[in-house]
Design a protein around this ligand. Sequence first.
Ligand code: SF4
Length: 330
Amino acid sequence: MKSTMCRHPFLLYNPAVKFAVRMYYKALWSNRSSFVNLTDIAIENTNICNASCTMCAHKSMKRAKAIMPYEEYCKIIDIAIKEDITHLYLGQLGEPFADNGIVDKMDYAARCGMELYSITTNASLLDKETSERLLGYPWKSISFSVDGAKKDTYKSIRGLDYNVVENNILTFLRLRKKAKRFDLRVRMQMVVYDKNRHEVDDYFNTWKSRLVPGVDDIAFLHATNYAGLTDIEYTGNLDSKMLRIPCGRIWNFMIIVSVNGNIQLCCWDYEVDNEIGNVFKEGSLKALWNNSRMKHFRQLHINGDFDKIPLCKNCNANYLAKPYFELRPV
Ligand code: SF4
């Protein structure tokens, strides 16, 4: 597979290049450390999942599984709107449609003026009625996670029924066509590793014929090691001699609120144990994202002291030249 990032050895290993790049990122992020102006929010409406994916951290997760109560979700949306954080992503480490109240939650966000950016689902619970209702809201994109082109491969990876999933996605695509919602991009995505690597082309050709050219795309992702917290093997090619840079995820413009209101450091923080704070106690998302704890984490990254944050120590997400995934337009 082709990488979306440069893997030239000169860039990856040359000490002078590495020094210059390190200085560049240090200056870039130092300038942006005092206040990060959030625009995006991801809300984990539930951390329950109906799948049992072999390459996901969900099976290792120890925190309590729950569905975020509607009233609490609304409180978060109200705070976001008040602070001008208007781009909404639904879901985190769970299947968003395992929450029966998800459509009401979409509805509230839309009524409050949030821009509905993106939702990721395994599609197994996306029945016709839910698809119709979802298409009634101005979502910009939906990603379907399907990790295999063949029924048996898929089942062995996700533990779900391929026929149900395929049927739900085809129904969704038919309904989208009927509603002429081509402003809503569909992404098919597959985590590629030993179990399914041989099905990549088959997968691409099958889904390409069902998607809309110029609108949709297909993404092939590497399996991640979830910051070294799981025994899942990262499947991209990087090594310890490559340059690690301050991680954009702790500067970027999206805050992640977990199911009980605690703030995650990044999406790899699946136990949410970095003590950043709780939105219901703090009453402000921007204050949390710019509190002393976050500033401390950012400074450690600027200094290159990744090892001083247990979560970041063994993470492979902030290597400069990590080939992350291949995105193929259809
Ligand atoms: S280095 Fe890894 S664990 Fe640390 S913030 Fe970035 S993605 Fe998260």
